[in-house]
Design a protein around this ligand. Structure first.
Ligand code: ADP
Ligand code: ZN
Length: 762
């Protein structure tokens, strides 16, 4: 095929630049941490031509003022066809690339999928500690100048200098000052003298000042798998051996042994000398979880959000050098720079924390899917309550379902009783704990069991309300009612942390009839202490658990039995495994249900199922009591029956009827600004432009709703409007979005963010 004629035919005409500069010259493609999607081309000065590589940071003149800005080199390419003169790179910052070719490709994919700039993604993916090379310093090592060692006997040197020379010539590798002084038994002056004479050379290199000092955990053997676990592991291992990408959804009730499945699949991965990434929600990174992995593998890195910069940098390097077998971490661990990845696991895949809530608004599950596809490895998603998104892919035949339908050792799931509290006499008198829950708690404690009470509202009273005008007292900066925090004697905004003294009069009508309504965890704690004066009670929420590590300490004391009643927010709903818990009480199942969120029912179901999983974990059994004012709601009924498939099937029908996710993609476009009228005008213009573009490219599939005030219509002093776009193919939306160029036409002071596959509906 490659005849000379064809070659001639298809060879493009040389550009003016090529004729002038020679074809072998390449330009650096650079992206910046700015909301502009362009890739900029820069010339490489001769001094940098052999140094610059994709994946490094560079400094380059940017924008009209030609200020030097740090950017990322993402490729080396022939220059683009442009008549404009190109600027030059000023310097290269990193000696080695921070990212390899695969990671560059992955970050580019994220930028496209989540419509943000490649530079923004790169800047967020590379940890600050890595950029700063935290925990390392530059040190000098010395080596003999070339040829000196051969002529050592001819040199006339003082004895100390001679000793230094002999040490270096024997060592045959560069030596640091302190090593050299120790071996040659001298101070630093002979070294300086030799250096001045040109007999030795200094080499500057980085050396770590940080060392990880994790104490090793005693090794434990793998468990004997039961039949369901065996089938699951065999499937994953088969896929590993075929070197194919597949996604497995491991659906297993709480306590069914999912973690053991992950561990034994990773065993296979490690035997090939490859690495595995296990993502878990930050809150599940308990000592218990970490210990489980550390007791099974030689080298485990744990990446959580409290790592110091030196620690993070150190881990990053250990991982990229292939010294780590298993990386266990929260969302951003999906970017761990493993040289030879073999498997990705996402535990509790339904957790919303896997979606990042700032730019780039990626979902770690989707990034994992893409990374696994690129690297041709399996992805395992585990949950007792998989999302509709993941279940939908099973329905469509795209992913494979693996099931662990039973708890280990045939322990039954706990019975769940839903109690209608609409006519409860205690509740009517303002209690949080109704009659049935109260007597169940008494019984459980009498039998020596422990109790968990779950309530998803922190603070003392979640609503400050004026009896006279009927208004909830809101944060002056946000569209949310203030919460009373009695211990600190303040009312607090849970969005912006605005705080003030509790008002004695209504700020709207000046009436003194201010009431504090509803029950938060602080008030529940007070009630528990007064109604169960002999029981030890512990409250866990983000107020009481501010200090890093307090969470682990609290759970440990509960485990040791020093606490009888543990109460708290979702912080205690997840992943805990306490054999002695015989009663779990859900104080208010309705808090989630009435949120203006298309996933309200799904969240309620997930939460109840998770909470129920906290009990019945030993031979002692256990039960769950759910207080609700809408006990007939399907989400509550299905959760009480432990019927995941029942719930998911009926919820899926509902989503199909409403064209909601996961059947279609949902993109939120949120605009915010100080002045409501201007903002509204901008939002209207954005909607018009998008519809216009959609019509033009005949994208009838793309539907645009709004503009409308966002459910949280004001936040930190800014008004908020949103548009909701649904489509079947994200490419269609992306084309429309890019050609509409909304950002360029917004008034000054109006900001716009795009949230693709939005989960946060506020
Ligand atoms: P999940 O992750 O599904 O909640 P876990 O993996 O935490 O479940 O397992 C629950 C408990 O059962 C753990 O204490 C675990 O050690 C134990 N377990 C898991 N698999 C087995 C097995 N094959 N044989 C015996 N015990 C097991
Ligand atoms: Zn506020």
């Amino acid at each position: 095929m490659n005849t000379s004629k064809q070659q001639h035919l298809f060879e493009p005409e040389p550009t003016a630049w090529e004729l002038a500069a020679g074809k072998d010259q390449l330009t650096a493609c650079v992206v910046f941490n700015r909301p502009v999607e362009t890739v900029f081309h820069y010339l490489l000065p001769d001094s940098l031509r052999d140094i610059a590589q994709p994946g490094q940071r560079v400094k380059a003149p940017f924008g009209r003022g030609n200020r030097l800005v740090v950017g990322y080199c993402v490729g080396l390419e022939p220059p683009p066809e442009t008549t404009r003169p190109l600027k030059s790179i000023e310097s290269v910052i990193d000696r080695e690339p921070l990212l390899n070719a695969e990671m560059l490709q992955l970050t580019r994919w994220i930028a496209e999928r989540y419509v943000c700039s490649w530079g923004q993604v790169l800047d967020s993916v590379i940890p600050a500690g890595v950029k700063k090379r935290a925990g390392t310093r530059l040190v000098n090592s010395f080596e003999p100048a070339s040829g000196v060692c051969g002529k050592l006997s001819e040199l006339q040197l003082p004895s100390k200098q001679k000793a230094v020379m002999e040490t270096l010539c024997t060592a045959q590798t560069p030596m640091k000052v302190d090593e050299l002084c120790a071996l040659a038994d001298c101070g630093t002056s002979p070294i300086t003298a030799l250096r001045n004479k040109g007999l030795i050379r200094a080499i500057r290199s980085r050396s770590a000042t940080f060392q990880d000092d994790t104490t090793p955990v005693p090794r434990e053997p793998d468990l004997e798998l039961n039949t369901d676990q065996r089938v699951a592991v065999d499937n994953i291992v088969q896929c590993l051996r075929e070197m194919k990408h597949r996604t497995y959804l491991l659906h297993g009730v709480t306590g069914s042994g999912k973690t053991e499945v992950y561990i034994q699949a990773i065993r296979e991965v490690v035997s090939y000398g490859r690495q595995a990434i296990v993502l878990v929600p930050e809150i599940s990174l308990t000592p218990q979880t970490i210990r489980r992995f550390r007791s099974r593998f030689d080298s485990v890195a744990v990446l959580h959000s409290h790592l110091s910069e030196p620690e993070r940098h150190w881990h990053w390097q250990q991982i990229s050098q292939g010294k780590i077998q298993v990386i266990v971490g929260a969302r951003s661990a999906i970017f761990a720079p493993t040289p030879h990845l073999g498997l990705i696991v996402i535990d509790e895949e339904h957790e919303t924390t896997f979606k990042q809530d700032t730019t780039p608004r990626y979902h770690a599950r989707e990034v994992a899917r893409e990374r696994a596809r690129m690297e041709r490895i399996p992805l395992v998603l585990g949950s007792a309550t998989p999302t509709l998104e993941s279940f939908w892919r099973i329905e469509c035949g795209k992913d494979i379902l693996l099931s662990l339908p039973k708890r280990v050792a045939e322990r039954p799931l706990p019975p769940v009783v839903v109690v209608d509290i609409r006519n409860d006499p205690y509740i009517a008198r303002g209690s949080g704990i109704g009659r049935a829950l109260f007597s169940s708690m008494k019984l459980a404690l009498q039998d020596g069991g422990q109790v968990i009470l779950f309530l998803n509202l922190r603070g003392y009273a979640p609503t400050v309300w004026c009896r006279s005008c009927g208004e909830g007292v809101k944060c002056p900066e946000c569209d949310i009612t203030l919460t009373l925090h009695k211990d600190r004697r303040i009312v607090l905004c849970h969005f912006c942390d605005f705080e003030a003294e509790p008002p004695t009069r209504c700020p709207y009508c000046n009436d003194p009839g201010i009431r504090y309504l509803g029950i938060g965890t602080q008030r529940l704690e007070q009630e528990v202490r007064s109604r169960f004066p002999d029981a030890a009670c512990l409250r866990m929420d983000s107020d009481s658990m501010r200090k890093h590590g307090s969470h682990d300490i609290a759970l440990e004391s509960f485990r040791r039995g020093e606490v009888d009643i543990l109460l708290g927010t979702q912080m205690i709903a997840k992943g805990l495994d306490f054999p002695n818990v015989t009663l779990v009480g859900v104080v208010d199942a309705d808090t989630m249900l009435h949120q203006p969120d298309l996933r309200a029912a799904e969240r309620t179901f997930q939460l109840l199922a998770q909470v129920a999983g906290r009990t019945g974990r030993s031979h002692r059994g256990g039960r769950v009591l759910v207080q609700s004012s809408s006990p007939e709601e399907p989400a509550i009924q299905f959760a009480a029956a432990h019927d995941y498939f029942g719930f998911i099937k009926q919820e899926l029908v509902h989503r199909q009827e409403t064209n909601a996710p996961p059947v279609r993609h949902l993109i939120r476009i949120i605009l915010r600004g100080r002045h409501e009228e201007e903002l509204q005008a901008c939002a209207r213009m954005a909607a018009e432009k998008l519809s216009e573009r959609a019509k033009k490219v005949d994208a009838s599939e793309v539907r645009i709703l709004g503009p409308a005030p966002a459910p949280v219509s004001k936040l930190k002093g800014d008004y908020r409007y949103h548009l909701q776009v649904t489509c079947s193919e994200l490419e269609e939306f992306r084309d429309i979005w890019q050609s509409a160029a909304i950002r360029e036409t917004l008034s000054h002071g109006v900001e716009c963010m795009v949230d693709v596959d939005a989960i946060n509906m506020r």
